[in-house]
Design a protein around this ligand. Structure first.
Ligand code: HEC
Length: 140
């Protein structure tokens, strides 16, 4: 005969490994939700990097030395009507996406030869952060 208390103890012992498994599952799930946070971090860094590296020539909503950049991800190259582009960029036929922005910031000449932007971002992690910031401004 198993008395009541023993049954409770047995049930607890049976549950214990299960709750361990649940705890592990919770931990794995918390890792699974990390990527969006990491991306948010990238956007934050990207904003600071944009200020440091790009804002000398670019603003988001006004043309300076370079054209306004809000909404550039998904925008046709050389298409800001109010900006005086080089002939090279004016005649470019591509749309800016993450891949060609990465190439552009690595070496603008490799995307549009003879363009007027003489600036590079050699560090990949900085390019990724800046592009994810620009992208966050492009999605409505
Ligand atoms: C020294 C000034 C300067 C700096 C710094 C600079 N740019 Fe530019 N950028 C320009 C100029 C000038 C153009 C226009 C080039 C042309 O007409 O050929 C341009 C064009 C661009 C374009 C093409 C936009 C379009 O409408 O087709 C993108 C994208 C761009 N810049 C991104 C950046 C980013 C991101 C940074 C910072 C990492 C940056 N630029 C830093 C001067 C600069």
């Amino acid at each position: 005969m198993i008395d009541k208390r023993e049954r409770v103890v047995r049930t607890f012992n049976a549950l214990h490994p299960a709750s361990m498994a649940l705890a592990v599952l919770a931990l794995v799930l918390s890792w699974a939700v990390l990527p969006p946070e990491a991306e948010a971090q990238g956007v934050e860094d990207g904003q600071a990097l944009f200020q440091r590296r790009c804002s000398g020539c670019h603003a988001l909503d006004a043309d300076h030395e370079g054209p306004r950049l809000r909404g550039v991800v998904g925008r046709a190259a050389g298409s800001v009507k109010t900006f005086q582009y080089s002939d090279a960029l004016k005649n470019a036929k591509h749309t800016w996406d993450e891949a060609n922005l990465d190439k552009w910031l690595t070496d603008t000449e490799s995307v549009v030869p003879d363009n007027d932007m003489s600036f590079r971002v050699p560090k990949q992690e900085e390019r990724v952060a800046i592009i994810s910031y620009l992208k966050s401004l492009s999605t409505p």
